[in-house]
Design a protein around this ligand. Structure first.
Ligand code: NDP
Length: 395
């Protein structure tokens, strides 16, 4: 099978996706990596065992994207640029009849708000064109959606409570840094918390709800904070029996201390300010000062543990279950030159593309991960570097 893939965005995640696709030539026979800064693509390409093509593209410029797609003729595009580019790349896919995959839902630049509405609205047009979009094929969203679908398929008749818990127990030794794009990361964590309960969404103050969770594999007790995350929106749509769905993330006291000060002085704002005759967005300026997440690879030690804690009913009895992956920052760096956050996002993006290109997951329209059979994806996670474990806490 000859398949061409175009990867857009040569950042932390793009590097892992490119690396992983290059190790599966039987699925990804030709690879092109394109980004705004072509030198970043060339740097990544120079580290691979097989040749790939590189190109410069501004993914906000649809005609430029369309021209690149016409010249390379990819079978699918993996979007690892930023959420701001999602709709532009989807427009180019529609115009050229190309399948689409991403790892984060669309967010307007001038409003820190993310939801699936904008991308779901493309469903009819993708369906009519006979092409497929697979949304959110990272870890969370992505694997967490597949974990939920797997739990529902094999272990539950009904899921009643879903807690998605993202723990980064790693340490990069820097005073303050984010482990993926700082602008996107800070917009996400400084937003209000939101969870779903008994048919309605409930809001909480930013990082105002916390508790302690005991993580497996020697990680132990860590404080987790309630946040809003996009997969909650699609999971309650596709598993309407869910009564409560929440998303939690760990943060170190040090990270929170810095974030609080930056917020208090206005450095995390996305409202432009005038400075010496120039309009600057404080958060974008802050991004320029913070360490590039890509540079944290060799510095980060420890591991991540991301999973789903599920309660529900099986055969009329209450069941409680936890499914998770442990990923080592050092092992990820050794394998692909990136820390575990980029690794845990890039591997599922590659597997999502594999599902689509091999016809294992197929459909015309716009889809979320949990709409397909989880089993083949779960099998590939074990084979491509993200093995998972499950624990039955009550059955
Ligand atoms: P980076 O900032 O490291 O990389 C983003 C890349 O996108 C940059 O290299 C940048 O290019 C490129 N880019 C930005 N704008 C454009 C544009 N207009 N045209 C072409 N290229 C552009 O981010 P990450 O790799 O950390 O994150 C990538 C994506 O992954 C984000 O959407 C993030 O939200 C998502 N993510 C998803 C996770 C999940 O589990 N689902 C977890 C972590 C991240 P250049 O450098 O050339 O300017």
């Amino acid at each position: 099978m000859a398949n061409k893939v175009l990867i857009i965005g040569a950042g932390g995640v793009g590097q892992v996706v490119t690396h992983k696709c290059s190790t599966v030539p039987e699925v990804f026979s030709e690879i092109m990596l394109a980004s705004r800064t072509v030198s970043k693509c060339e740097k990544i390409a120079s580290k691979l065992a097989r040749p790939i093509k590189t190109a410069r593209v501004d993914a906000d410029n649809v005609p430029e994207l369309v021209a690149l797609i016409h010249s390379f003729k990819p079978d699918c595009i993996i979007n690892t640029a930023l959420p701001y580019q999602d709709l532009h790349i989807m427009d180019a896919c529609l115009e050229t009849g190309t399948d689409y995959i991403d790892t984060a839902n669309y967010e307007p630049v001038d409003e820190a708000k993310f939801c699936y509405k904008w991308q779901w609205e493309y469903h009819e047009r993708f369906r009519e064109k006979g092409i497929m979009a697979l949304l959110g094929s990272g870890f969370d969203p992505g694997v967490t959606n597949v974990f939920t679908a797997y739990a529902r398929k094999h272990h539950f008749d009904e899921i009643h409570e879903l807690d998605i818990i993202d723990c980064n127990a790693g340490d990069h030794g820097q005073p303050f840094a984010t482990n993926f794009n700082p602008e996107i990361n800070i917009r996400e964590v400084s937003a209000k918390g939101r969870f779903y309960e008994n048919g309605t969404w409930k809001e909480t103050g930013p990082l105002s709800v916390s508790r302690v969770y005991d993580f497996p594999d020697g990680i132990g007790n860590k404080k987790i904070y309630l946040m809003y995350h996009e997969e909650l929106e699609s999971l309650i749509k596709h598993f309407p029996e869910i009564k409560r769905a929440r998303f939690w993330m760990t943060f170190s006291d040090n990270y929170l201390k810095h974030l609080e000060v930056l917020q208090n002085v206005g450095m995390t704002s996305i409202e432009p300010v005038e400075y010496k005759g120039q309009r600057i967005v404080p958060l974008q300026f802050l991004k320029a000062l913070l360490p590039d997440p890509g540079s944290l690879g060799p510095l980060t030690k420890g591991k991540t543990c991301i999973g789903c804690h599920v309660k529900g009913i099986k055969d009329g009895r209450e069941r409680e279950y936890y499914i998770f992956n442990i990923c080592s920052h050092e092992a990820a760096y050794k394998e692909v030159g990136s820390q575990a956050i980029s690794y845990t996002t890039g591997v599922p993006a590659m597997i999502g593309a594999m599902m689509l290109l091999t016809g294992t997951w197929r459909g015309a329209g716009v889809f979320n991960m949990e709409e397909f059979d989880p089993d083949p994806f779960m099998d590939k996670l074990n084979k491509h570097g993200l093995p998972w474990k499950e624990i039955f806490l009550k059955e």
